[in-house]
Design a protein around this ligand. Sequence first.
Ligand SMILES: *Cc1c(COP(=O)(O)O)cnc(C)c1O
Length: 382
Amino acid sequence: MIPVNEPLLDGNEGLYLQECISSGWLSSEGPFVERFETEMAARVGRKFAVAVSNGTAALELALASMRLEPGSIVVLPTFCIISCAAAVIRNGCVPLFVDADPLTWNIDTEKLAELLEHEIVRKNNTKVKAIMPVHTYGLPVDMDRILKIADHYGLAVIEDAAEMHGQSYRGKACGSFGGISIFSFYANKLVTSGEGGMVLTDDPLLAERCRSLRNLCFQSGRRFVHEELGYNFRMSNLQAAVGVAQLERLDLFVTRKRRMGERYDELFDGCKYLQLPLPRTEYADNIYWVYGLVLGDEVESDAAAMMQKLAGRGIGTRPFFWPMHEQPVFRRMGILKENSYRYPVAERLARRGFYLPSGLGLRDENIYTVAEVVIEEIGKVL
Ligand SMILES: *Cc1c(COP(=O)(O)O)cnc(C)c1O
């Protein structure tokens, strides 16, 4: 096990960036883009990968490539980032939300099954077309269950693996499930290119459409004549160069994150007022992309107030996701008008949950201080 104190060795980022600059290849035409795609595809075990400007764009492109009929319903967790629902809406589809699991914080697959049974079997809702599982904070969604349900109803699966570089589900890489999947390479992700994203699939048609849509649907024959409306979602060679260098060290990053998670676990052990991340499920060990905490009911402070107290003592934290069904923008857009489902778990997680410093630069003594201050501050509000 690598101790958290050992400095992370420098990677090849500088070398590869210098190569971009010396060769003059800065734009998406440069060789690192294809190399990054090939290496990600190999790592995840997918046939095709399409690098894009960010994870949100990757979601948008993935959905666009599927050509779902306007008004199609995509089922996804309410406890996730807005990029997921935004991609659904921007593609003319309608998001339908499912509550979170109280322990894994991922989509509750039991409630997902109930919702689909209610919509498809009882209401004969023929518009439901896809499920978008989103692996959250470090533990993968129960993909066997998702794939079984999707198969049963003939639904497409779009896997959001934005936070799951290096994580696997029952030994199979996250990002390899369903018809199409995405990653993000934002600065706080396990592999970063500053900004960046990728769509992965085994379907040559979907990959081809993603490639075309990423680059304004230019045609090879008559370049400035367009049959379809595309986007400029290209990734630059500079970004891809950083991404390639980062990917070389992914296993090291994963080991480090796991070690950090274990350290926090040890330090919070026995603190019954805190719900810690599940260290493992039957299908995966937590990768601790971020280390989340949920305040117990005995704690007379919500997450926002606790975060403020911690900030006052020099500890920077981040709030959990705010549920999609409580987003003012979606209420205003009327997306929840006819929705009668309830989301008590996501609502509680949003109000009681936050995450601790989890960056790769964190050292043992920082983790110790953070845990000590958290326990002290909780002790004051019991
Ligand atoms: C980060 C993230 C995204 C969006 O990625 P960006 O590169 O920031 O656009 C999408 N989904 C999840 C689950 C994420 O964590």
